[in-house]
Write a protein that binds this ligand. Structure first.
Ligand code: SF4
Length: 328
């Protein structure tokens, strides 16, 4: 089947200027005073770093857009001093232990900008130097470049891909900057074959778009084929800015009565306020039960591995004197 180009779809449904992103993002550099910070969301309570600000993956449902500029998708800032600042912060770490560090919480650490700046790779090297456990989140295949780096630290890291759909048409509308799911599963297979502990987060599951039995089954089966052990997911939550982008996505995907049906699933009237709103509890329970049953039927698990815990921070690197130190 020949898929219509995204531009052909856009021209039939919406104005290109109404989209949540414009052309190719511009890349800029900036300096940061601090890189590692506490981070809590749902049941996760730990630390996070973000080597970039903004994200070229352009997901319509992105939860990270709210705190930052509307140019989130169009201007990507590389925090060019991130590895040095992280090193300094870890050298001055007050506690003997360090919680798992999420890389990254508000951007994709392996978005295309990483090919040019390599900040994620350098930050990971710093985390490894201090024995800091990390949980890598990505929707990218670029992480394949660093397979060996993560493999050598597999006792102390967990790599999670966020994959929402195996349907190419849907992906190209809803998250046009990401690689196809098939490409991500190829990379995942290389990681699992190398013994790196990996997971897939099917998040968000998008009502009327990626929530059918067939959608969930295709992703879960692909996870099994890629050798994964951990799979989990969550249903889309809406916020004012996410809703505006999702309305466009529903129109582009030609979901009949999509906007009215969303108002029923999420129980709101427009205009709606800026707070998060969850889908109807019964709908969420049904979808999550369906997902978890499938995961278990394939012999996989719905949580995190047990070894992702706080570790003793290792500062032995600070006392090392190198030949270079003698010479300068
Ligand atoms: S990859 Fe993550 S941070 Fe980037 S646009 Fe998508 S949801 Fe947002």
């Amino acid at each position: 089947m020949v898929l219509p180009s995204l531009l052909e779809m856009l021209l039939t449904c919406v104005n290109v200027s109404d989209l949540w992103y414009s052309g190719a993002p511009t890349l800029k550099e900036k300096k940061s005073k601090s890189i590692i910070h506490p981070f809590a969301v749902k049941s996760y309570n730990g630390l996070a770093i973000n080597p970039y600000q903004g994200c070229g993956h352009r997901c319509a449902y992105c939860y990270a857009t709210y705190e930052w500029s509307p140019e989130f998708y169009d201007k990507i800032y590389a925090k060019s001093n991130a590895p040095e600042v992280l090193d300094r912060q870890l050298a001055a770490w007050k506690s003997d232990t360090i919680d798992p560090v999420m890389v990254a919480s508000a951007t994709d650490a392996y978005q295309p900008a990483e090919l040019r700046f390599e900040l994620t790779r350098k930050c990971v090297q710093v985390l490894q130097k201090y024995n800091a456990p990390y949980i890598m989140f990505t929707k990218s295949a670029i992480i394949e470049r660093d397979l060996e780096l993560h493999r050598q630290y597999k006792h102390n890291c967990f790599v999670i891909w966020s994959i929402t759909t195996c349907n190419e048409m849907i992906r190209r509308v809803v998250e046009p900057g990401t690689p196809p799911a098939g490409r991500m599963f190829e990379v995942i297979k290389k990681f699992t074959d190398a013994g790196v502990c990996c997971g897939v987060n099917i998040d968000p599951i998008i009502p009327l778009v990626t929530d059918t039995d067939e959608d969930l089954e295709t992703v879960v089966r692909s996870c099994k084929e890629a050798g994964l052990r951990y799979v989990f997911g969550a249903v889309l939550r809406l916020r004012t800015d996410i809703w505006e982008r999702m309305k466009l996505a529903l129109r582009l995907l030609e979901i009949a009565d999509g906007i009215e049906k969303y108002k029923q699933i999420y129980k709101f009237e427009e205009p709606r306020d800026a707070n998060y709103v969850a889908a109807d509890r019964k709908y969420v329970e049904k979808i999550i039960r369906n997902l978890e049953d499938r995961i278990k039927s394939y012999g996989m698990e719905c949580g995190f591995p047990d070894y992702m815990i706080s570790r003793r921070i290792d500062k032995s690197c600070l006392g090392q004197t190198t030949l270079h130190s003698y010479l300068v």
